[in-house]
Design a protein around this ligand. Structure first.
Ligand code: ZN
Length: 437
């Protein structure tokens, strides 16, 4: 079936590129992917998939870093104005923009899931001739939101795979689940889909990212390891304002509490069992030179080479922050803004997918990357599947990049779309035919 897949992926390449460019033009950030998700849902339905969205795939309580109701409302209206279909968007109220497409094939077999993320970055896109999306007129019309990580490509690849799999349905056994996730940026979305049980019946799961450190088009990494578990939090300190000259003793200094917290967060003792990180990236506080500052906000993140080490860092951070608040007699409230698990690809599945990639003869180099050192919330899906006895891997498809990820000149070689479509479809088909062999 490999030859057939290669040919169809090639035949629909132009459509895949057009889709990628359309998603790029109408970039939507985390939890506001109303138009993108509506197109995904509609396309899947037309291809014969059973489509789940909104409350069916998102657990509201596990959503992290969700924009305000006003922002959500604004982005829903924008999606409708940009030809998003009302019947789908209505189901996604509250930012529940996840979509899952399912086909149960006639013959019994494993449940195979592929996961794609759909969101863009909060970034102003470059608008000059150096930048191909500008030259070829598909820069983001949603100012301040830009696909600078390739998730526009991921979404287009997911739909291309959906199309090929639907064409091959007669020859497959088991169930295919195509998962389109909102809010990967800031690691906010996966947890809510996992909490809803989206992968609770899954035997095999494959995730993919375009570009990254893998470099140029033609490379493929089949078993990525070393994802860092991470937690993103905001801490708001609240004290009492007072005249700094006449009544300083009446005040409670929230800014000093925050400042002391920052120093001591960076002094958390390191863990002997693996790598850990902490960073306070933002601090705001105070209102005026002669006022004892009554408020302060810090935004920080912890990371760890395993979920356990990250949990250790997070617990220590909470302890330090509460202690700093107590020292200055102020109160503090903390909000979880995002998180991801640690992650390791399964060796056995990785080896099977490596063989598929070799057999296709479409890649110039096939590698196993052992340590990425970043975070990606796909790990929640992978971890859940693994804990329930299934297997999961993360893969990378190389794409020559115009600039690094999250840069306003980011763009990737669109030939990688066809390569990713081919290898992921063949990998899914390999697993969906194992009972037939
Ligand atoms: Zn990304």
């Amino acid at each position: 079936m490999d030859g057939k897949i290669v040919n169809i992926a090639k035949a629909i390449k132009t459509k895949t590129i057009e889709r990628r460019r359309d998603f790029h033009r109408y970039a939507e950030a985390a939890w506001t992917e109303f138009r993108t998700a509506a197109i995904v849902a509609d396309t899947l339905e037309q291809l014969g998939y059973c489509v789940l969205t909104g409350d069916e795939v998102i657990e509201a309580e596990a959503m992290m870093g969700v924009p305000s109701l006003e922002e959500l409302e604004h982005h829903m209206k924008r999606a409708l104005a940009q030809n998003g279909k009302l019947s789908w968007i209505e189901k996604m109220k509250g930012g529940k923009t996840g979509v899952v497409g399912v086909i149960r094939f006639a013959k019994p077999g494993p449940v195979v899931a592929l996961r794609f993320d759909m969101d863009a970055n909060d970034l102003l896109e470059a608008e000059d001739d150096q930048h191909r999306p500008y030259r070829e007129k598909f820069t983001s019309v949603n100012k301040g939101t830009m696909h600078a990580c390739g998730h526009d490509g991921h979404t287009a690849i997911g739909l291309a795979i959906a199309e090929i799999i639907s064409m091959l349905a007669e020859d497959l056994a088991g169930t295919i689940k195509l998962i389109f996730q909102p809010g990967e940026e800031g690691v906010r979305g996966a947890k809510a889909m996992v909490a809803k049980g989206v992968v609770d019946d899954v035997d095999y799961i494959i995730g993919m990212h375009l570009g990254t450190e893998l470099g140029k088009t033609g490379k493929f990494a089949y078993g990525v390891d070393g994802f860092l578990a991470t937690t993103k939090m905001d801490a708001s300190f609240a004290g009492v304002a007072a005249h700094a000259g006449s009544d300083p003793e009446v005040g409670k200094n929230a800014l000093l509490a925050a400042a002391n917290a920052i120093i001591n967060l960076h002094a958390i003792s390191r863990h002997s069992q693996g790598d850990s990180r902490i960073n306070v990236g933002v601090m705001h506080g105070g209102t005026g030179r002669n006022v004892i500052p009554a408020n302060a906000l810090i935004k920080f993140e912890t990371r760890g080479s395993s979920t356990e080490i990250n949990e250790y860092m997070q617990q220590q951070a909470i302890r330090v922050i509460e202690a700093a608040a107590s020292m200055y007699g102020v109160t503090v409230s903390m909000n979880l803004m995002g998180s991801a698990a640690g992650g390791k690809s399964d060796f056995q599945l990785a080896e099977r997918i490596q063989k598929v990639a070799k057999r296709l003869e479409i890649f110039t180099e096939i590698v196993k990357i052992t340590s990425v050192g970043g975070s990606e919330d796909y790990t929640y899906f992978m971890e859940r599947v693994q804990r329930r006895g299934g297997q999961g891997i993360a893969t990378l498809v190389g794409a020559t990049l115009a600039a690094c990820h999250h840069n306003s000149y980011f763009d990737f070689d669109e030939d990688a779309l066809e390569l990713a479509t081919t290898v992921l479809t063949s990998s899914a088909v390999e697993l969906l035919t194992e009972k037939l062999k």
